[in-house]
Structure formats: structure tokens, C-alpha cells
Design a protein around this ligand. Structure first.
Ligand code: AMP
Ligand code: MG
Length: 420
């Protein structure tokens, strides 16, 4: 049996970053950029108006006020997207809409609010300027956002909605990112039947494959549900082999000491066991190993295998602690840890056998402080305790427990690793 930290280290030692691929920009949210993105264009492409108003020569506004407007002759109107051929000569102005390029001769824009635009009925051919403005006012210079030739996004950046927008502003339809891992998920157990089937007496629905697939999706992977293997070696092997095209394999169940717990035996035949059993509660029977398989190019590659404990809570917590960071590392991410907060625990948790406890908790902020209370009974079969929880209270393995009022560390399940 090894400790939680050592187990995670061993897992990450065996996880390689996947290759890069071109992906449509909307398909790569949360993925890591695998190229420096530079721009061939300037944004905005031309000096343009920041306001609806008049493009003028600022010298023509000198001395203008509400009491003594400067009257300018209006030569043209430019909508956004159009380029005016008119030149603004002394004593003249061009009506201009937000985003439209500044016409030749003008050095500033007077917004409609600082003109008599509203009082003037119809098209008088003139505009009264009510305020003196300086050169450059309300002009957005070409290249203000992005200069042609510059690097806009650097390799290693995690793509968020803002990065998708920046890529679109460059006209990019695709970008190079580290690809998403395909994660094969196999349930085991003679008692497990798939959802959408009638439930015979003595059987339970396969919840693990679905909670695990949802976790894979949340962290950016592509789940591939392989169904349910019976607790006999042939069945397990056959299903197992369906997963060998994936980048990672997850099984649930069959890793304890029961008569039918054969996942470890199969893994030992197909690959190498790196560790079995972790000093944690729940989730102790976790097994981690690697299976040798062929890469598409014909070379050897290692498929990491997580044999998660079968109890629904244990499977999810094993995933959060070990599988999640592995997926993130495969995707080229550097922030692998969930954010932790200090909280005041409101009830006692006993630690009787020197394992690190992860207790499902509801964390709330009150008066600038975090408080944590348990979700109720903590049995590892009580999946609704995960549904109620937003955090896992950590009780260290070398502590006999915590009592109400103690300060504890809580892993925040719904917070992004990027916030840690
Ligand atoms: P095992 O480790 O195979 O003995 O499973 C431990 C417990 O988890 C048993 O009560 C199983 O019925 C339950 N279990 C195993 N696999 C699943 C699954 N796919 N969905 C829900 N419960 C499961
Ligand atoms: Mg089983």
C-alpha cells in the first residue's frame, strides 16, 4: 500500500503529453495551444471611429461651445464597413458611424452628443459643433488591438472563450492544439446491468460508467463506454481488448480481495502493475498499471490503466485524485491540482486506520470564511453524497481525526485547476 502523494507521482511519471492536431476553433475550448499564433493582419485594420458622430479637423472646433457652436459643412456619411472617398477640408465634416474608417483630412471625431445633431431637423447639410476637442479624440488607431506580424497567443495557452474570439478576429478557422485523449471505460461485475434495461432482482444499474464518462468529458477527454464485463476472465479480456485503441483505460470494480475480483489478474497478464492499494478512504483498492500496445505508426506505446474501486463514490474520488490529473497532463496542461481552501469543519470526523480521508462536504462562505459540513452518511456506496457535495474535506493520514471548529483543507470539486 502506498500513500496518496506517492501514488499520484507514480501515475504522472507514466503519462505522456499527446500529439498536436488541427482543430476547429470552437472544438478546442479547454485545450492547450500547440503553436504560437501570429497575425497577418492589423486589428483594427484602419484608423476608425469609436463613436457615432462627425469626423472633423480638430482645429475647426477651436473655441466651440454650447453658446457659440462652430458650424461645419457636412460632405458625406460613412457607415461601418464603407470607406469614404471624401476628404475633410477646413470648415467641413463627414458624418461617421462607430467602426467606420476615418476619412482623409480628419484627425478626430466629435460624438453626436457634443453636436446639435438632435436639434437639427432633417438633412440641413450642416452640423454645429458644441465643444472644442483635441486631435485624436475618439479615433481607434489601426493595430491598436493587434499589430500585423505580432504573436498574439503563445504555445501552451489554455483556450478559453476569449482566445476563441481572438482566433476568430484573425480569421482563423482552425488552430493547432494538443489533442483530447480517448478514454475507454469498462464496468465489471455480474450484478451490474446497463441503464435502459429492466432491472432484474439482485442487480444494480451501471452508474459508474456514466459518472466516469461525465468526468472524462468535464476534464476534456473523449469517453468511450465499453459496456460491462462479467466477472470471468474471458469476458473481461475480450472487453479489455476493445479498449486498446484508446489513450487510457478505466475499469471499475473487481480490484478488491473478493472471489471475483479479477481485474488485477487480467492487467498483470496484459501489462504491468505499477501499484495496487492506496492509503486513502474511500478508494483503497485502486490499481494502476500500463499496458503495452501498438501506436498507429506501428511503434510501442503505453496505455495507462486505472482499475478504480467499484463502489460508486470510491470510483469517482479515485478518478478526481488520479485519473483527472493524468488526463490533464496528457492534454499538455500544467495546472493539475484542484484548488484547496481552508475551512472550519462543523462536525467531527474520525480517522481510525491511518489512511487519508476524503469526506464529502458542503462548503459555504459566511462572513469571509469557509465552513464545511458533511453531506450525511459517508458510505462509499452512497452516491447521492457526491451529488450533494461541492468539496472533499481532507483528513491527513497521520491525524486521529478532526473535531468541530478545527481548520481543515478542502478540495473544491467544481473549481477549475486554473484557479489553484
Ligand atoms: P467490487 O469492487 O467489484 O466488489 O464492487 C464494489 C461495489 O461497487 C459493489 O457493491 C458493486 O455492486 C458496486 N459496483 C461495481 N461496479 C459498479 C457499477 N458499474 N455501477 C454501480 N455500482 C457498481
Ligand atoms: Mg465486482
Amino acid at each position: 500500500m502506498i500513500g496518496v502523494d506517492e501514488a499520484l507521482e507514480k501515475v504522472l511519471e507514466h503519462i505522456e503529453v499527446l500529439e498536436a492536431e488541427e482543430s476547429p476553433i470552437l472544438g478546442c475550448l479547454g485545450q492547450v495551444l500547440a503553436e504560437d499564433v501570429s497575425s497577418t493582419i492589423s486589428i483594427p485594420p484602419l484608423d476608425n471611429s469609436a463613436m457615432d458622430g462627425y469626423a472633423v479637423r480638430s482645429a475647426d472646433t477651436r473655441g466651440a461651445s454650447r453658446q457659440s457652436p462652430r458650424i461645419l459643412r457636412v460632405m458625406d456619411t460613412i457607415a461601418a464597413g464603407a470607406v469614404s472617398q471624401s476628404e475633410v477640408k477646413p470648415g467641413t465634416a463627414v458624418r461617421i458611424m462607430t467602426g467606420a474608417p476615418i476619412p482623409k483630412g480628419a484627425d478626430s471625431v466629435v460624438k453626436f452628443e457634443d453636436t446639435d445633431e438632435l436639434e437639427r431637423q432633417g438633412d440641413s447639410g450642416e452640423a454645429g459643433i458644441l465643444e472644442e476637442i483635441e486631435a485624436g479624440r475618439d479615433i481607434r488607431p489601426a493595430g491598436e488591438d493587434i499589430a500585423a506580424g505580432s504573436i498574439v497567443l503563445t504555445k501552451g495557452t489554455v483556450i478559453r472563450p476569449a482566445e476563441v474570439g481572438v482566433l476568430a478576429s484573425l480569421g482563423r478557422t482552425e488552430v493547432k492544439v494538443i489533442r483530447r485523449p480517448v478514454v475507454a471505460i469498462l464496468a465489471t461485475g455480474d450484478e451490474v446491468v446497463d441503464i435502459a434495461q429492466p432491472l432484474p432482482e439482485g442487480k444494480i444499474y451501471n452508474s459508474n460508467s456514466y459518472s466516469l464518462a461525465a468526468l472524462v468529458l468535464r476534464y476534456g477527454g473523449i469517453p468511450k463506454i465499453l459496456g460491462i464485463a462479467a466477472d470471468i476472465e474471458d469476458s473481461l479480456l475480450a472487453r479489455f481488448r476493445l479498449g486498446l485503441g484508446a489513450d487510457m483505460l478505466i475499469t471499475s470494480g473487481g480490484v478488491s480481495l473478493g472471489d471475483y475480483d479479477i481485474v488485477r489478474d487480467v492487467l498483470a497478464k496484459e501489462g504491468e502493475i505499477i501499484f495496487w492499494r492506496v492509503r486513502e478512504k474511500p478508494g483503497k483498492p485502486l490499481v494502476f498499471g500500463v499496458i503495452k500496445a501498438l501506436s498507429k505508426a506501428g511503434g510501442a506505446r503505453n496505455i495507462p490503466l486505472f482499475g478504480l474501486a467499484g463502489n460508486p463514490v470510491s470510483a469517482m474520488i479515485n478518478f478526481e485524485l488520479f485519473t483527472r490529473p493524468a488526463i490533464l497532463q496528457m492534454m499538455g496542461k500544467k495546472s493539475l491540482a484542484k484548488p484547496m481552501v481552508e475551512a472550519v469543519i462543523e462536525e467531527a470526523i474520525e480517522n481510525t486506520d491511518g489512511r487519508r480521508i476524503f469526506a464529502r462536504a458542503i462548503v459555504e462562505k459566511r462572513g469571509g470564511k469557509y465552513f464545511a459540513r458533511l453531506t450525511g452518511p459517508q458510505g462509499s456506496g452512497i452516491l447521492t453524497s457526491m451529488a450533494r457535495a461541492n468539496g472533499l474535506v481532507v483528513v491527513p493520514e497521520d491525524k486521529p481525526g478532526v473535531k468541530p471548529g478545527d481548520s481543515v483543507r478542502v478540495m473544491m470539486l467544481d473549481w477549475s485547476e486554473e484557479e489553484a
